[in-house]
Design a protein around this ligand. Sequence first.
Ligand SMILES: [Zn+2]
Length: 113
Amino acid sequence: MITAYKCKACGQMMYPYHYRCIKCGAREFDKVAPSDSAKLLTYTIIEQLPWGFDERGRVLGVIEFTNKVRAMALIDVDADRDEVKLGMKLSVHWEPVRDDYGEKVYGIVCRPA
Ligand SMILES: [Zn+2]
C-alpha cells in the first residue's frame, strides 16, 4: 500500500521516500498512511501511449491527500474525460497500472469520489 514519510525534525510530508528531508535535510521519518481520499491539483492527458498499452490514452494527475501528501496518480475516468476537473475529490486505490512482461506493476489509481 502507499506509505508517506513525515520528517521527525520539521514535519515535512514526503512521498515517495527520500534519503534526506527535502526541507531540512534530516534523515529520520515516521511512516504515515495517506488518507484514502484526495483532490486533483493538476493533470495531463497522454494520447500516445507506449507500445503494449491497449488503451486510447490515459489521464495522469498530481493529487494531494487530505494530510497534504502529494503524489502522481492515474486518473481512471473510463472514456469520460470531461469528468476531470481541477480540485475534484478523488477516491484513492492501489491497483495494477500496467503489465511488465507478465508481471503486474502497481500504482496509485484515482476515481471521482
Ligand atoms: Zn525535515
